[in-house]
Design a protein around this ligand. Sequence first.
Ligand code: NAP
Length: 255
Amino acid sequence: MTHSILILGGTTEARQLAGSLAARADFSITLSLAGRTESPVAQGVPVRSGGFGGADGLAAYLRKTSTGLLIDATHPYAARISANAASAAHATGVPIIALRRPGWERLDGDRWVEVDNVADAAGALGRGPRRVFLALGRQEVAAFEAAPQHHYLIRSVDPVEPGLAVPDADYLLARGPFREANERALLEDHRIDVVVSKNSGGEATYGKIAAARALGIEVIMVRRPALPDVPSAETVEALAKIVDHLVRPVDERGV
Ligand code: NAP
């Protein structure tokens, strides 16, 4: 018997999870992407792309495809799709599991200022001009037009177009992972004195946080949004085990 599993992705972990589950002959995996990134990295499994049309649209998709398990492996800041996933799972009775990587913890030497959203981050930069590294998505950086007195270094996967309506901004196109040594060189080369970051967790983007700590640079950390209360695991490996437990037929479990 084949089980259809829908993975809501857009993260490295979602791709890894899809790859590991795809090895199972009894799983039919579909990975769903929002379709925002212009040239997403190859995912190695069947991919569908674009929004579903809210929670109702996702519920209709789950019914139409006879999905037997929904895995929310989206980014911790993708709060809307996570809420939609929880509500579509509830409406259809399809089991749901979330992959929730833990956030970074503040360590000795970290100079974090925590804020609730990017608009507050722009305000927290203060009045005097600073040299700011924005390690944020292109949809989020627009909030910094409210603080045009600063110099911005903006790094994103896709070009920020149109550019920010501020007089002084440099743009860098890059896709992680980013190593600490390279991040440190970047912060030094651009004479950055404050970093704005989400608390994404994981290794791939931690380099800038470690580099900021080593250089004594302040980090304005945007807190995580509230996410729905659904069963979850913290790592790809742990989640793969729960998936197995949830979808394998009872007789194969030997119970
Ligand atoms: P969001 O605000 O939670 O979602 C906005 C809408 O985009 C959703 O309502 C849904 O449209 C659609 N959508 C989002 N993820 C989708 C997916 N995996 N498959 C199909 N549709 C999806 O999401 P976001 O913050 O814009 O993030 C978009 C994507 O980028 C996510 O897949 C996320 O994992 C990835 N990502 C986000 C961040 C971040 O910082 N937010 C960072 C790295 C990667 P409908 O309502 O029409 O279904």
